[in-house]
Design a protein around this ligand. Sequence first.
Ligand code: GTR
Length: 339
Amino acid sequence: MTQSPLLSRRSALVSGLSVTGMAVTGLGLSGCGGKTGTRILRAADAHPEGYPTVEAVRAMGKLLEERSDGRLRLKVFPGGQLGNEKDTLEITIFGGLDINRISIAPLSAVVPEAIVPTLPFLFRDRNHMRAALDGAPGRTILKSFERHRLIGLCFYDAGARSFYTKERLIRTPDDLKGMKIRVMNSDMFVSMVEALGGDATPMAYAEVYQGLMQGVVDGAENNWPSYHSSRHFEVAGKYSLTQHAMAPEVLLVSQRRWKTYTPEDQALIRQAAVDSVPIMREIWDARTAKAEAEIRAAGIEVITPDQAAFVEKVQPVWDKYLTNPALRKLAEDIQNVRS
Ligand code: GTR
């Protein structure tokens, strides 16, 4: 995406907010219908229609609408219509969006605690990740957003990320040498790929397919559902299951917008988000199995490398990002969560 459409979209969103206090005009987006009227909460997602995160936010919207007798409604803008994750994060902070579903990875530029759950090989497996994020460490992380003009509603699953490449499978870190690997907009992900010997290239998700096609990058990394729905497997058909990170998704609300809701409505929004988590997990598990089956059926080469050498190489990355006792404790607390 070029800068100008985004900037104009952002100024439309933000100025719409400042002009009307609540409603956004000019984009066909409705807002507040008066004190007793309907409020439409606008939600952004980079994923397309039907993706588990989009479905989960829709499920949240349904709960919200039922529980508020139709007063609070949620309108989802999927497929990156409102910009890539780095941009929608900024828009959310400025108060131009009600709800934003993004990976926690780009948030780490704003919230130091957000780095912790992105650390490589932190979670032992899916159950450990879920238990840690549902428990005290998850609550600490969500709470930390409040110091940065954001409200964290809940986490969603994002599975385990692994490398996919065009030419060569990744059996050991040495195989990454000289390879340009697309990463999310996150310093931690850049450091991780560099520690493993690769050449990290931050790029917006929507640009990766083209980047792979044109050889701007040699590979990327993601979970089964994203590798599948983005069709990246068509252009980078070698999937090495390193499972190096389980950076979760987050559901954010702009604090500026949050303050415009009554405490009762805030409670309804929080509860609807929390109640959408088990729904999301069910959709996620089914979607992961389906994506894996379809990718394997398409003849994609899939290997499971030994993780030991990868784990060893990324140790300096932990030291680099756990820069104070509070962050180190958060990482330890996560490791100590039993599952
Ligand atoms: C996906 C995640 C997206 C986005 C994407 C990426 O797994 O759901 O929010 O962060 O990865 O690689 O940019």
